[in-house]
Design a protein around this ligand. Structure first.
Ligand code: NAD
Ligand code: IPM
Ligand code: MN
Length: 369
């Protein structure tokens, strides 16, 4: 298998965690005889500083010409006073739109080994396994009109939440198809008691559900959903929601599993798959070698599965993540119980790569007998 992968490290901890994701992809290629090529391009604050734009044309062209894009994170405090369209984050939003992926899958898995790192009591968090399906190209992020008018003092700012039936239907189908491979439950999250967009969302999801009679559908308002996630995360299987609600609920789901640093994501449905951890550039810990790379590594596993069709390699990488956690290795954000061995970002990457080699050996030995 040949894969052309564009690497967008971005800002803050982005380069630190992405390096480890690339390391485990190289290991995977070596163990299974695949040819992966990696090309680095600029995005976000790093691209503004070096090329004057958060998404330079060369970056966009390289991404569109590749099989998959692996991104770290964008955003840095020195750009925080810029208007939205000039910020590092604008580069990521333009890229998402250009690649066309509308379904952002964010698996939130509560691993037993780090149950103590969850702010929830272990008996509540343990066993939670939620696939968040976040709509990624609609809603308030992209709706028109938008903008800020008037002078300081009497300014007015406008953002528009807008959804069409087609936009809702295509992402709903992704959620129902995913549920068929899991526990066959979809919870659709909206604010249909207040918003017309949510009423259309709920009606459309309910209609689409009829095509998937094996899947049980329920609906929650987003405020109640935030509560149910905290009180009983195990009640969820697939959680389907619009762009902004999904952004917020996925940070909440992440921390329930132990840390925001644990979650990876895959954006599918477009020309080119985009893979990125759920967390941001974490400027408060950047440059110290302590960032949690598991979210970036989990994104690499999703890349193998969705852009490479390499199901076995993806499974092995997910198993390697668990192996390293079970062996007790922790970055500081998941070492709340004081148990285990504190490891740096790159040590975690090395350990996952070693675990991959062991898993491949065991498989080899098993097939030899
Ligand atoms: P953040 O996700 O960067 O950080 C929130 C908290 O989680 C911080 O305390 C941070 O130290 C911690 N954290 C995040 N990732 C971690 C990791 N891998 N290991 C250990 N701890 C980790 O969110 P923020 O502070 O609100 O935003 C910082 C910048 O990142 C902003 O500019 C924001 O716009 C940007 N951002 C980018 C993305 C992205 O590129 N996909 C996502 C979210 C936020
Ligand atoms: C995420 C981030 C992005 C989003 C920002 C950086 C544009 O928070 O991927 O969750 O809001 O989608
Ligand atoms: Mn977010």
């Amino acid at each position: 298998m040949k894969l052309k992968i564009t690497i967008l490290e971005g800002d803050g901890v982005g380069p630190e965690v992405t390096r480890e994701a690339v390391r485990v992809l190289r290991t995977t290629a070596g163990l299974h005889g695949h040819q992966f090529t990696f090309t680095k391009q600029l995005i976000g604050g790093a691209a503004i500083s070096e090329a004057g734009s958060p998404l330079p044309r060369t970056t966009l062209d390289a991404c569109l010409a590749s099989d998959a894009v692996l991104l770290g994170a964008v955003g840095a405090p020195r750009f925080d006073s810029l208007p939205p369209s000039a910020r590092p984050e604008a580069g990521l939003l333009l890229l998402r739109r250009a690649l066309g992926g509308y379904a952002n899958l964010r698996p939130a898995i509560s691993y037993d080994a780090i149950a103590a790192a969850s702010p929830l009591r272990p008996e509540i968090a343990r066993g939670a396994n939620i696939l968040i399906v976040r709509e990624l190209l609609g809603g308030l992020y992209f709706g028109e009109p938008r903008g800020l008018t008037g002078d300081n003092g009497n300014s007015v700012a406008v953002n528009t939440m807008s959804y069409s039936v087609a936009e809702i239907e295509r992402v709903a189908r992704v959620a129902f198809v995913a549920a068929l491979q899991r526990h066959k439950r979809v919870t659709s999250v909206d604010k249909a008691n207040v918003l017309e967009t949510s009423q259309l969302w709920r009606a459309t999801v309910t209609r689409v559900a009829k095509d998937y009679p094996e899947v049980a559908l329920d609906h929650l308002y987003v405020d109640a959903c935030a509560m149910h996630l905290i009180t009983n995360p195990r009640r969820f299987d697939v959680l389907l929601t619009e762009n902004l609600f999904g952004d917020i609920l996925s940070d909440e789901a992440a921390v329930i599993t132990g840390s925001l640093g644990m979650l990876g994501s895959a954006t599918i449905g477009g020309e080119v798959g985009l893979y990125e951890p759920v967390h941001g550039s974490a400027p408060d810990i950047a440059g110290r070698g302590i960032a949690n790379p598991f979210g970036a590594i989990a994104s690499a596993a999703l890349l193998l599965r969705y852009s490479g069709g390499l199901e076995r390699e993806a499974d092995d990488l997910e198993e390697a993540i668990q192996f390293v956690l079970n062996a007790g290795y922790r970055t500081p954000d998941i070492s709340a119980d004081g148990f285990g061995h504190l490891a740096t970002t790159s040590e975690i990457g090395e350990l996952v790569a070693e675990a991959l080699a062991e898993i491949a050996d065991v498989r080899h030995a098993y097939h030899a007998v």
